[in-house]
Design a binder for this molecule. Structure first.
Ligand SMILES: Nc1ncnc2c1ncn2[C@@H]1O[C@H](COP(=O)(O)OP(=O)(O)OP(=O)(O)O)[C@@H](O)[C@H]1O
Length: 261
């Protein structure tokens, strides 16, 4: 499968703390990649570096073969318009209605008329399973699950090639989290989206992610969930050894899924 984003030889150091040390990662077109790792292992810093929100100590990021690091700001902004990002907790503008939150980037970056923007906004609302009347509400009037869906609609508004999700199911009850996972899987399938999600949610890993990149020893080890569960690496074993992980492994019946007992 074609590589759409490549991270090469990435080093991130804050003072004396080295978070990434020669990290390589390939994101393949049209896959759902889960990024996992223990608390403080550097998942957010990795995501922020790929998104251009953190300047790395050294290393390169490529998008469709073009090196982003060192690219002119305007050129970079043009390329990144093809990326949708859903930050943790939604990060909606609290003073704007749902409609205006979703239309924000459209107004800024597209040449659509206000009527066309509204129409596209309503299409995105429907895509994420929300009814049209939600458009008139404000973030404070929404449930946690609805906020996530609005944030997802906003991330999809410019028709991205790549969708980045930071802890998409955090704070949701198990039923809402499962529904959200299903929504992501459906959108991935219908829109042929490449999806990159940082998550602690083992259900999401099991049900949505086709490949998993785990941060260990300041670098990435990647594979399918089955491959990582079979890994002899002590930190990977430790990450997946909790009772919750064991329960998920028992509940799921993938072909060839090994057990770690
Ligand atoms: N801007 C910064 N300045 C200094 N240290 C930072 C900065 N950003 C992150 N760090 C440090 O880098 C390390 C990795 O942080 P990061 O937020 O990427 O971890 P994480 O894997 O996302 O953790 P969690 O799962 O708990 O959110 C942490 O020790 C953090 O304190």
């Amino acid at each position: 499968m074609e590589t759409i984003i490549a991270v090469k030889h990435l080093v991130n150091q804050f003072g004396s703390q080295r978070v990434h040390d020669g990290l390589d990662l390939e994101i393949r077109r049209n896959e759902v990649l889960g990024i996992v790792g223990g608390s403080g292992s550097g998942k957010s810093v990795l995501l922020r570096t790929i998104l251009g929100l953190n300047t790395p100590t050294s290393g390169e990021i490529y998008f469709q073969g073009q090196e982003l690091t060192g690219m002119k700001r305007q050129e970079l902004a043009g390329l990144k318009r093809r990326w949708g990002v859903m930050f943790q907790r939604g990060a909606l503008f609290s003073s704007l209605s749902v409609a205006d939150n979703i239309q924000f980037a459209l107004r800024e970056f597209s040449h659509l008329t206000p009527a066309e923007c509204r129409e596209l906004m309503l299409v995105r609302l429907e895509m994420v399973g929300l009814e049209a009347h939600v458009a008139n509400k404000f973030p404070s009037e929404l449930s946690g699950g609805m906020i996530k869906r609005v944030a997802l609609a906003r991330a999809l508004v410019l028709d991205p090639q790549v969708l980045f999700l930071d802890e998409p199911t955090s704070g949701l009850d198990p039923v809402s989290a499962e529904e959200f996972d299903q929504l992501i899987a459906t959108l991935h399938h219908n829109l042929e989206l490449t999806v990159v999600m940082v998550t602690h949610d083992l259900d999401s890993l099991a049900s949505v992610c086709e490949r998993i990149a785990i941060l260990v020893d300041k670098r990435i080890v990647d594979g399918t969930l089955a491959e990582l569960l079979a890994s002899p690496h002590p930190q990977i074993r430790q990450y997946f050894s909790g009772r919750r992980a064991q329960a998920i492994m028992r509940e799921n019946t993938w072909n060839g899924m090994p057990t770690t007992s």
